[in-house]
Design a protein around this ligand. Structure first.
Ligand code: 3EB
Length: 357
């Protein structure tokens, strides 16, 4: 375990009691920062084939085929203060440290809609089976990278098919699924594979909905035959420290998309959604939650690279110059949505967080 006095350079805050730590480093950074820590995995962005510098014996290497827009190229390192153990089960790669399990699974998206749904459901069921059987039954955070997200496939787009497959996997895997739904993102890529990254834990997290948005699992049917199943945010409670995972958040109020064709207005709407969400987390956790300007990681996905200047202007009005913001070129699940943002915020657990405050 790290010393209580060990400092985390970017924020100057203690690393102690954080079983999972995300750092963003230069894409070409060697292993320097990992020396006293252990690696769950690394997320690399872009399609260039990166040097295979994170081997199976090391961390899991996830190459997400989304191009980074602007800024120096970064990669994410997911670190553990203690040894990680893991392996591979079918096409699922996983690492765990006694508190958190990090899993990655991918398969080539088939051309038929029915096959896509069957394989997506199977992949989800396998991952849900693995986290349970390894003793990490609580989903904390899920990322999905889905090729052809907005393209119709035999009459229904791939995102809606993905949602239906995920729905059946959850229904079949959990007795009471809604309280189990974690913070999630689904982004469209120009790649070939459905890639899924999962964090799961041993302690029950707090899942939070956004009062400004209809819960996705209650969306009306016009958005697809089966609802998207996710929570707006998940608070992982480690003990002395917490981590807040904020889902991909779009310009949606109620259940309706707002400001089609206006990327700046969509970004402002997203920032309002994030502020209201943080207020809600503060209420439910009985602890004030810092705003997105204090995020350890802020990802901004946008459909059109030409919107970068406008979107960045809105984001930078809210964040420090050195904030860990990464802009990525990605498709969003509804055709009129141009921008989506997600965040990870490290928190001190307030002493009142576990009491009625
Ligand atoms: C939305 O709020 C926008 O299907 O898991 C954001 C985050 C979105 C997660 C998902 C979808 C998902 O409906 C899209």
């Amino acid at each position: 375990m790290p010393e209580a006095s060990e400092l985390d350079p970017p924020g100057g805050r203690s690393r102690a009691h954080l079983p999972l730590r995300l750092v963003c480093v230069a894409a070409d950074d060697a292993q320097s920062d990992v020396s006293e820590e252990h690696l769950f995995g690394e997320i690399h962005f872009g399609t260039r084939s990166s040097k295979a510098d994170a081997h199976e014996s090391d961390g899991i290497l996830v190459q997400v085929p989304l191009s980074q827009l602007g800024g120096a190229p970064i990669k994410e390192r997911w670190l553990s203060p203690s040894r990680v153990e893991g392996g591979r089960l079918g096409n699922i790669h996983y690492r765990a440290n006694g508190e958190v399990l990090f899993a990655y699974a991918a398969f080539e998206l088939p051309a038929s809609g029915a096959m896509l749904e069957r394989e997506t459901q199977q992949q989800y069921e396998s991952v849900l089976g693995l986290i349970k059987s390894h003793g990490y039954p609580y989903l904390l955070r899920v990322w999905n990278y889905l090729p052809r997200i907005g393209q119709p496939l035999q009459g229904m787009d791939c995102y809606r098919r993905f949602c239906r497959a995920r729905y059946y996997a959850f229904v079949g895997s959990f007795e009471d699924m809604i309280p189990q739904l974690p913070a999630t993102s689904v982004l469209g890529t120009a790649g070939e594979q459905l890639q899924t990254v999962v964090l799961a834990g041993k302690r029950r997290p707090l899942h939070i909905e956004n009062p400004r948005q209809v819960s996705a699992y209650r969306y009306p049917r016009k958005y697809g035959p089966k609802s998207p199943l996710f929570a707006r945010a998940t608070l992982a409670r480690w003990g002395a420290r917490n981590t807040l995972f904020i889902s991909g958040t779009a310009s949606i109020v109620g259940h309706e998309s707002r400001h089609p064709d206006d990327p700046a207005a969509q970004t402002e709407e997203i920032l309002r959604n994030l502020d209201v969400l943080n207020d809600e987390v503060s209420k439910q956790a009985h602890a004030p939650i810092p705003g997105v300007e204090r995020a350890r990681q802020l990802r901004v996905y946008m459909r059109n690279p030409r919107d970068l200047t406008l979107v960045r202007r809105s984001v930078e009005a809210r964040t420090a110059v050195d904030a860990p913001v990464v802009y990525l070129h990605a498709d969003i699940c509804r055709p009129e949505l141009l921008v989506e943002m997600e965040a990870l915020i490290d928190l001190e657990a307030s002493s009142s967080a576990d009491s009625a405050g």
